[in-house]
Design a binder for this molecule. Structure first.
Ligand code: ZN
Length: 99
């Protein structure tokens, strides 16, 4: 829970995180900022964003124009389905009249 973490609530959290990311041991960072080594260890393993996670590219967002294009396609397909449905009904009616 980040709210209960002393390092997360520490006013110098940005500095703490910078030290940890730079590779300073959690023990010496804890000593430097007056925190316990165990809480610093927990903070590093659970709350610190690994640098490679930040560099990870986000999934490409669907652009609005692409989305609108898809909506157009769906509407066109719905129109096709309606035309086919009418054609099938006409054929069925012709057959039923013959019978
Ligand atoms: Zn934390």
């Amino acid at each position: 829970m980040p709210r209960r973490c002393f390092a997360c609530r520490h006013p110098a959290r940005a500095e703490i995180d910078r030290e940890l990311v730079a590779g300073t041991s959690h023990r010496s960072v804890a000593k430097q900022f007056g925190l316990s080594a165990s809480s610093m260890f927990r903070h590093r393993s659970k709350h610190l964003q690994p640098p490679e996670a930040e560099a990870e590219p986000e999934a490409p967002a669907v652009h609005e124009s692409q989305y609108l294009h898809l909506v157009d396609r769906v509407e066109a397909l719905e129109g096709c389905i309606e035309l086919h449905r009418k054609a099938i009904l006409e054929i069925l009616q012709r057959f039923s009249r013959r019978a």
